[in-house]
Design a protein around this ligand. Structure first.
Ligand code: VGL
Ligand code: ZN
Length: 209
């Protein structure tokens, strides 16, 4: 049971976009099913942030941007290792749009990330160079937020990195395990669940009501 939410609580809904849902670029199952409970939960929060993976065409995280490279392999970028992905969430395309049933009117802030051609951003707080800040910590702090609830897609990438960074920025952090959907690349789900637990992220389930 999650209890009551107050003015110092925020809900962070990560990347519930068409390319991460059924029939999107990642062909993940389960995105559609988390939308209705997320809509219901968002009504209970005074601060709701929705993130949007928002890449320019030809983004450096796309396998298609690297001659001969295949999706789901790794390359070295100047800022460190980077997994390569299918083309996804390209600015202005239907794949980058939020899932059509997601009630985005509930969002106080829509935060776009991964907008720079040569830099990816899994986390809603800090981009993959681990230096460039999105400003989310300042936004939350100036609204008096102390605790964040994180859900969305993908559990083992953008959700996990956002949750661990939330802890690093001093927020009490709860992963809504049943409102998150994973990619699960070579054991990444278990590895990231372990990393979140080690960082002090609490795991909870949300039951509507
Ligand atoms: C994501 C891979 C590439 C995510 C975004 O939202 O987890 N994963 N871009
Ligand atoms: Zn992306």
């Amino acid at each position: 049971m999650l209890g009551e939410f107050g003015s110092d609580d925020a809900l962070i809904v990560v990347d519930v976009q068409n390319d991460f849902c059924e029939e999107g670029a990642f062909d993940l199952l389960g995105g559609g099913a988390i939308v209705a409970p997320i809509n219901a939960l968002a009504q209970k929060f005074q601060t709701v942030v929705m993130t949007q993976d928002f890449h320019p065409a030809g983004h450096s995280s796309f396998a298609s941007s690297h001659e001969g490279a295949e999706a789901f392999t790794q390359i070295d970028m100047p800022y460190g290792p980077q997994t390569l992905w299918p083309d996804h969430c390209i600015q202005g395309t239907p794949g980058a749009a939020f899932h059509p049933a997601l009630e985005t009117t509930a969002a106080h802030l829509i935060l776009r990330k991964g907008c720079q051609l040569d830099l990816d951003s899994y986390s809603a707080f800090v981009e993959n160079d681990r230096k460039t800040k999105t400003g989310l910590d300042g936004y939350l702090r100036s609204r008096g937020v102390r605790r964040v609830f994180v859900c969305g897609i993908a559990t083992d990438f953008c959700v996990a990195w956002s949750a661990v960074d939330a802890v690093d920025h001093g927020f009490e952090t709860v992963l809504l395990r049943n409102l998150s959907v994973e990619i699960d690349l070579e054991g990444s789900l278990q590895a990231q669940l372990d990393a979140m637990s080690a960082a002090g992220v609490r795991m909870e389930r949300y039951e509507a009501g």
